[in-house]
Design a protein around this ligand. Structure first.
Ligand code: XMP
Length: 333
């Protein structure tokens, strides 16, 4: 039997009862696989790694070591929330690494989008590997691989062109050799969410909108500076708050702010006020391959514009991106 293929007769996990049965089976399987060994997990706070963490905490408690790397490109309160949920509420063995300076120093002056992505991806592996080397007796690495990742790899193995590259254990340095623990690798995303809720994770975490690995780094366009990154983070938090308040969070698949590296002239307190524009991106899609623009009520757009221009230092205009995919990609970089 190919353990990487979903059996034809595998029932889709659509209810709490089915999720609980799956959880019981995986808890037993993980215990059988790792015995009293230690397992390492990179916990980003995304749905997949969070569900794996909660599942493994249930199975092996403190034998799981979670490492949360804050690359300084997280959204507002995101790392704090990971600590609150996993360390404070689930009593996880969690190592928090604030690597903000490492990342922002490396990115200083780098404006080419692909170069930025490569630096962020490579440094993420460096930071994680440094932490892993400092730990003793870890034989296992848990990963939030899900079935679409496996299908993508199968397609690549069959010589089809990759739609996008996934960052996974393949990137770890040679000296770090682990056996993999991948408890949700046969699940589709909707099933992962049902399992996450059955494990008691907060709804907002389980239904979190997708967030790219390079984080706000690909939304702070061009060469990242700390002041513009700060403005982007604050403006994005306001957008998310207003979408939540106005019932749009459930209707729009992905929404965020982009801040380009240009300034325009404005006026504030009767003085000249040069600032960056904040661009709203709000899209709907099924599979992220194509995307349409959601119609946001003007009243909400006005409210967001007022709040961002009044509350966020350095922003003096708010724009709304009406471009579908294609021709624009969802992210700007
Ligand atoms: P694009 O910009 O290609 O984005 O239309 C499609 C979807 O993928 C997300 N995205 C990423 N997700 N790592 C990720 O995990 C990445 O490097 C990455 N880049 C883009 C993007 O947010 C959108 O949902």
């Amino acid at each position: 039997m190919d353990l990487n293929r979903r059996p034809d007769n595998m029932e889709r996990i659509t209810t709490k009862e089915l999720a609980e049965k799956f959880i019981d089976e995986q808890v037993a399987a993980v215990r059988a696989q790792v015995g009293d060994g230690k397992v390492l997990l990179a916990l980003s706070g995304g749905v997949d790694s969070s569900v794996v963490a909660a599942l493994l905490i249930k199975a092996i408690g403190k034998q799981l070591v979670c490492v949360h790397v804050n690359h300084g490109l997280m959204r507002k309160d995101e790392s704090e929330n990971v600590i609150k949920v996993f360390k404070d509420e689930l009593d996880a063995n969690l190592i928090y690494v604030d690597a903000t300076d490492r990342f922002l120093d490396l990115l200083a002056g780098v404006s080419e989008p692909e170069k930025k992505r490569k630096i962020i991806g490579a440094e993420f592996i460096n930071v994680f590997a440094d932490e892993a080397r400092g730990l003793e007796d870890v034989d296992f690495l848990a990963q939030g691989t899900i079935y679409p990742d496996i299908l993508e790899s199968i397609k690549q193995a069959e010589g089809k062109k990759a739609v996008k590259s996934h960052h996974n254990v393949g990137g770890l340095p040679e000296d770090l050799k682990f056996q993999l623990v991948e408890p949700i690798k046969l699940l589709f995303k909707d099933e992962v969410r049902v399992v996450g809720e059955a494990l008691g994770l907060p709804h907002a975490m389980v239904y979190r909108q997708p967030f790219p690995g390079p984080g706000l780094g690909v939304r702070c366009l061009g060469a990242i500076t700390r002041d513009r990154l700060h403005a982007l983070r604050e403006a994005d938090a306001i957008l998310r708050e207003e979408f939540d308040k106005n019932g749009l969070a459930e209707k729009v698949w992905q929404y965020f702010i982009v801040v380009p590296d240009i300034k325009s002239v404005g006026v504030k307190d009767e003085s000249r006020y040069e600032g960056w524009p904040a661009i709203i991106r709000a899209i709907n899609t099924k599979d992220a391959m194509s995307a349409t623009i959601e119609e946001i009520p003007y009243a909400v757009l006005h409210k967001i514009t007022d709040r961002i221009t009044n509350e966020v230092e350095g922003i003096n205009r708010v724009l709304y991106d009406l471009t579908p995919k294609p021709v624009g990609t969802i992210e700007w970089e």
